[in-house]
Write a protein of this length. Sequence first.
Length: 216
Amino acid sequence: MKPIHTLRFGLLLAISSIILLAGRASTYEINDKLSIGGVIAGAFQYQSIRDAPGFESRGRGALAIQPEIDFAPTDNDEVFVKLGFGAGNGLMGEGQSPFILALWAADLEDDCKNINGRNRDYLLTAWYKHTFTFGEGHILGVTGGIIDATDYMDENAYSNDEYTQFMNEALINAPNAFLPSYDFGGAVEWEIDRVSVKGVAMSLGSTGREGPLEEP
């Protein structure tokens, strides 16, 4: 990936957020089998609230760091690990904002601890993939481990990345669908020429939220 630097301003209903997002998404190839990369992004948000009892105007900052390691020992095998670290929760800390949807959908400090109630910290994804090649343009990829369903089921090129595209949770990873992240499961990717079929099955822990199922 190329280095990415963005400056964004947003206005959402009663919340006025001035957001500075400095992100660097890059990959460095150590050799033809091993590469490392990741994202570093920070944001400062300020909200101006009226007629919302229990909440007040305030500013909060947050920093998200996600290093990645990709190892492909053969052309048909791949091992991938992504870690997540955060400092601060921005305006999405408990009691900070009256809005349910996050103004920045990044994985922040609380999101990287006790992930999905699994008593697992900082390890976001860790999976192994094997690709079966049956002929030219006909392949089958099978993945297992700790996965993110959005990597397979959401291919929106314009609204799929909270670090380099839209920041608001309402515009990220098909919010009208249930696409869980960072839990045990498997994925199948079958491609024949220009036709592709994908499927994901996951065993989900608890997000600690009441009500309809939501993406962590």
